[in-house]
Design a protein around this ligand. Structure first.
Ligand SMILES: Cc1ncc(COP(=O)(O)O)c(C=O)c1O
Length: 362
């Protein structure tokens, strides 16, 4: 962040109005216009966006939602939070998204929705998943938390499902500190989302003080603030430049590490995908962990991929055998990917990865 965010923020402080209002509407419109949807609804986080989206879809106790095993815990947790059951299934090797071939076996009478997760912005085969969802009368709620700036079939990810969500937590391509956005082309769903996040008020009635205490349904408080919106507006003006930087960074890493047999890049079409972080697969878990240690010694911080959900305590299931998720999760590393990194920083990281092949490990 720089003076652009400071200027926007000061204008909110000077205005004297802090809870969501005109700046939030402006930020929502910027997102809606950028991704190409009719409606965008800002909430406190990506997790909240999933929760509010599920509520708006009417999903609750006794229902099931299909979720990929490779995702951040927020995806299944949001399903639990509405009282439904997340049903985990394996991912598909190339897209790292939910495996459509395996969904059919997981559909029961209780299934109400599918939650594809666009891992690092790589979209799902939207035509086939939509056909499948329509056939079984299921809703699609797309977790595109990583996906701002990513497209599939010339449309932005998250916009072709009933509901899509984005996250603006600090490491994302744009941030509002914390924050999330629900996008949809369905007016009814949009209005339900607005109501759920605003104490169950009827969407649009809040300005009218006489109706401020009318609550036709149960709702909560997941409203945005003008501070977050101000930051978001300044950040959105930087998005296109950051998309170029992120793609360039991915290409540089790919080129510099291309000779290493133990580091593999996931096939990524940079014409349509803006990788939020540079992700690579190492040829074994042991070697991956050793590389991470080696980089740490050289002051380079990395992140392992999310663990498979079925290995986490609340979802633990020994009988689940999700081979692809386990293989990908055990071997994945996210390399340093901040848009502030200079080319020589990336070269340094790559030199250290290359020097790993000269360590005792080999
Ligand atoms: C796939 C996925 N879904 C949901 C979330 C939750 O977003 P937030 O941190 O904004 O709540 C994240 C966070 O990184 C995520 O990676």
């Amino acid at each position: 962040m720089d003076d652009d965010e400071k200027k926007e923020l000061i204008s909110v402080i000077n205005s004297g109005w802090f809870t969501e209002a005109s700046k939030t509407r402006q930020f929502e419109k910027m997102i809606a216009d950028f991704v190409g949807v009719k409606y965008a609804c800002a909430v406190t986080s990506g997790t909240t966006a999933l929760y509010v989206g599920l509520k708006a879809l009417g999903i609750g106790r006794g229902d099931e939602v299909i979720v990929p095993d490779l995702t951040f815990v927020a995806s299944p947790n949001s399903v639990e939070e509405v009282g439904a059951k997340p049903v985990l299934i394996d991912i598909e090797q190339n897209s790292l998204n939910i495996d459509l071939k395996k969904i059919k076996h997981a559909i029961t009478k209780r299934t109400k929705a599918i939650m594809p997760v666009d891992f690092n912005g790589r979209g799902i085969d939207i035509k086939n998943i939509t056909e499948l969802a329509n056939k079984h009368n299921l809703s699609l709620i797309e977790d595109a938390a990583h996906g701002l700036g990513c497209f599939y079939n010339k449309k932005h990810v998250g916009t072709m499902s009933d509901i899509g969500i984005f996250s603006f937590s600090t490491p994302k391509i744009i941030t509002t500190g914390q924050g999330g956005m629900i996008v949809t082309n369905n007016k009814k769903l949009y209005e339900k989302c607005k109501s759920v996040k605003d104490f169950g008020r009827k969407s649009g009635t809040k300005q009218n003080m006489r109706m401020a205490f009318e609550h036709p349904t149960i709702g909560y408080n997941f409203k945005f603030t003008e501070f977050q919106a101000a930051i978001g507006i300044a950040q959105m003006k930087k998005l296109r430049k950051r998309m170029i930087i992120k793609k360039k960074m991915f290409r540089i890493y790919e080129e510099l590490l291309s000779k290493l047999s133990f580091v593999n890049f996931i096939k990524t079409d940079l014409d349509i995908v803006t990788p939020w972080m540079v992700d690579v697969l190492v040829d074994s878990k042991r070697k991956r962990d050793a590389i991470i240690k080696h980089l740490e010694k050289n002051h380079v911080e990395t992140r392992i991929f999310y663990p498979p959900i079925h290995r986490l305590a609340p979802y633990k299931d020994k009988d689940m055998k999700f081979k692809i998720t386990s293989k990908i999760s055990d071997r994945g590393i996210w390399l340093p990917s901040s848009p502030t990194l200079k080319e020589n920083d990336i070269e340094y990281v790559c030199r250290k990865i290359i020097s790993f092949s000269k360590t005792n490990y080999f």
